[in-house]
Design a protein. Structure first.
Lengths: 307, 307
């Protein structure tokens, strides 16, 4: 049993992430609280009701309905695109009970924290920034699963203003879904994901772009094989989402990108000088690290790119 | 039936590539010629004899045995590391019958052509450079398969000196294995594979290297997920082999690497300027190209990185 009250959860953006949290708390943790869905898309909300993922719905534009939805909520989860964090929290703020804890599922955190401070003022103490590292190829509430978070990592980036109890409640909620919970600062979070997720996406998009620009692009694509396939799988990711991530995590991503081009420049110099020893040493280091990472468990087979 | 004589094939380097060619011609094409294996490793040669992949063996160091092995050969295949091309051809040249066609399986071609010209002199007319795009996770003669080349591409880079008939014979031999055969210049070959194979390997090694150099490397690896997994799968490739490929294809690889860092610099500028439109346009172009490539057949599921 999870050591927290679960009488009411309000989800802003009932898709894969929000829907899976609701299903996990109900179907996996056996918690029987009420789940309210709020979203701009009537279709999505109706489908979530139809699937039983949420019990009731409220319109974001209706003060009375929104106030009713938020009254007495234990948890609020923001699972909408990161760029909507500030307008959503601004809208929510006036209706927020003092006992409600708000968290989010955004894939970047420094920008979310800045948005939360701007929108909530002193009430930012009620906001515990979070990032569940989970996904599937498919999205939307139909793809929501009660087991989506089992064995996955959730990162929380507590604020100095957060009471310990608020952080513990969000932690307990995620633990009840079967996830592991980790804490780090929002700056550390953004550095980690810039390095292991955002930069690989940019580098993969860039490789396809480079081939496309070549006069012999068609010939090149026709001989692309397994190495190209693996390296560029993530270049088929959503352009809109990755545009937003790149801009939301700009500072950390630029730092990682610069570090990456520094390594590429060093490799270039070694290739230019036919310095086989330097190349072999570096490649061998990478091979060992990559192999050890895989042996420690790597990423789960069904796990999609971390956002 | 293949339209070429197959009385004798001599393979230098009886591993996955050479062994699979022998097995394909015998077991798939039903050709009954003699297969002779030549290699430095007694163990490999003995294993190839044991498996019935070759009928007899010759030592590279024994003039009489080598002369006997090469006498009356229809085909010679070099399937040893590319760096051994020049010494091997120098050793073979004095024993080469005028009717023998020599080809190779090297993953780079400009360097192989230069080595062949240096080693063979006028006899370079008998050498038709080739590159079968096939591989498996496992290597060595035990991994050799009669169907390895079915549906795969083989690139031939005919020389101006090659008689049309010599090229046609090598083409017919590869067609008999079930492969598709394509012709292009060695410079074009090296540009294509620098772009779709060699550069992705270098870029993947570089990403792991960059994370390794960070003070928070352990934390970063612990949160690496599906995007990292796909992007860096090829960073577990053989450091020795990729060292050799980088140096052998240096000129073409440097050109592709420079084009790549130019695209990365453009992406960097767009991220720095928060130019969402430019990022989304580029990412969308890549996504379409990558998706169309996959829909046209992509790489076969079992296909390892093109060398």
């Amino acid at each position: 049993m999870a050591a927290f009250n679960f009488n009411k959860l309000v989800i802003f953006g009932v898709g894969l992430i929000g829907g899976s949290l609701a299903r996990a708390l109900r179907e996996r943790a056996g918690l029987a609280g009420e789940v309210v869905g709020v979203g701009r898309s009537v279709k999505t909300i109706e489908r979530a009701l139809e699937l039983g993922v949420i019990d009731s719905a409220a319109s974001l534009d209706d003060d009375i309905a929104l106030g009713k939805a938020l009254a007495g909520a234990d948890f609020v989860l923001l699972a909408a695109p990161v760029a909507q964090t500030e307008p959503l929290l601004t809208r929510i703020a006036p209706f927020l009970d003092a006992s409600t804890v708000v968290t989010d599922a955004g894939s970047t955190k420094s920008d979310v924290v800045a948005a939360a401070r701007a929108a909530l003022g002193a009430k930012v103490a009620q906001f515990v920034p979070g990032h569940p590292i989970a996904g599937r190829e498919s999205s939307g509430v139909d793809a929501a699963l009660p087991d989506l978070y089992v064995g996955r990592n959730v990162v929380l980036c507590p604020l100095a203003e957060n009471p310990a109890q608020a952080v513990e409640r969000v932690e307990a909620m995620w633990l009840a879904t079967g996830a592991s919970v980790h804490r780090m600062s929002e700056a550390q979070h953004d550095r980690v994901f810039a390095a292991v997720s955002h930069l690989p996406h940019v580098a993969s998009f860039a490789l396809v772009e480079q081939i496309l620009e070549a006069p012999d692009a068609t010939l090149k694509f026709s001989f692309a094989a397994g190495g190209f396939r693996d390296f560029t799988r993530i270049a088929a990711s959503s352009p809109e989402m990755w545009r937003d991530v790149c801009i939301a995590n700009r500072a950390a991503l630029l730092a990682e990108l610069d570090a990456y081009t520094t390594v590429l420049a060093r490799f270039r110099a070694a290739i230019d000088a036919s310095d086989g020893a330097a190349l072999e040493q570096a490649f061998a280091r990478s091979r060992v690290a990559r192999t050890e990472w895989q042996e420690r468990g790597g990423a789960k087979p069904g796990e999609t790119p971390a956002k």
